[in-house]
Design a protein around this ligand. Structure first.
Ligand code: PEP
Length: 254
């Protein structure tokens, strides 16, 4: 199924940036996205939300966070609530990134609760799912991504068409190894089918691909019928590369 919606390219800066480098990057990005016909966001470290909110003011660039607490407020040292993110004009929050699942022990159930907290405060969660290399080699890709997705559907079923999904094979993140367009499309199609069983509006859901997306491979990935955009890590920090990915996304609008 070819989706008629605009593609979405979201940059994930991870734990990178400085006041000085952010300034240059965001100013160039704001200028570069002025006339583009797709959606663009940057998910920045929390201390930089205010800076980027100000720099992007009046532009079509959207602001994202890299995580959100499942709690509303209270004694949760170090956590940032959805309400707080909202105060900085945050539109998207990544939840369940594999780095948080791996290094911070985030479970499927916690990821689902984080998605719920974001949705309750008008923030679109970018829900990451994806298999490790060992899981792929064991033939468990489908089982793993379906399990991760099912937890989010179970908790957020009533508004599941409001989320963004990012399929990020763990073995492709930051490694320079990208899933082939066919490998990615196969997983995107099964995620779309799973979403269809939960909502009559699965075609509305952006399903992004993430994992070493680059200026060189973006066009072929984004040409796949169920790849509605990209979640871009390393290449989102290089303005020329990121703008090329954005251009590829706009050209491929279905
Ligand atoms: C990511 O961090 O979500 C990601 C996809 O990283 P990279 O593009 O660097 O693989």
């Amino acid at each position: 199924m070819t989706s008629p919606k605009k593609k979405l390219i979201a940059g994930n800066w991870k734990m990178n940036g400085s006041l000085e480098s952010n300034d240059a990057l965001v100013r160039s990005l704001v200028a570069g996205v002025k006339d583009v016909d797709c959606e663009v966001a940057v998910c920045v470290p929390s201390p930089y939300l205010a800076q980027v909110q100000m720099l992007k003011s009046g532009s079509k660039l959207e602001l994202g966070a890299q995580d959100v607490s499942c709690h509303a407020s209270g004694a949760y040292t170090g956590e940032v609530s959805a309400d707080m993110l909202r105060e900085f004009g945050v539109r998207y929050a990544i939840v369940g990134h594999s780095e948080r699942r791996q290094y911070h022990g985030e479970t499927d159930a916690l990821v689902a609760e984080k998605a719920k907290a974001a949705l309750a405060h008008g923030i679109t969660p970018i829900v990451c799912v994806g298999e490790t290399l060992a899981e792929r080699e064991a033939g468990q890709t489908e089982e793993v991504v379906k399990r991760q997705m099912a937890a989010v559907i179970h908790v957020n079923g009533h508004c599941i068409s409001e989320i963004v999904v990012a399929y990020e094979p763990v073995w492709a993140i930051g490694t320079g190894k990208t899933a082939t367009p066919e490998q990615a499309q196969a997983v995107h199609a099964l995620l779309r089918k799973q979403l269809s069983a939960a909502t009559g509006h699965a075609e509305r859901v952006h399903i992004l691909y993430g994992g070493s997306m680059s200026a060189a491979n973006a066009a072929s990935l984004l040409a796949q019928p169920d790849i509605d955009g990209g979640l871009v890590g390393g290449a989102s920090l290089k303005i020329a590369d990121f703008l090329q990915i954005i251009t590829a996304a706009c050209a491929q609008r279905a």
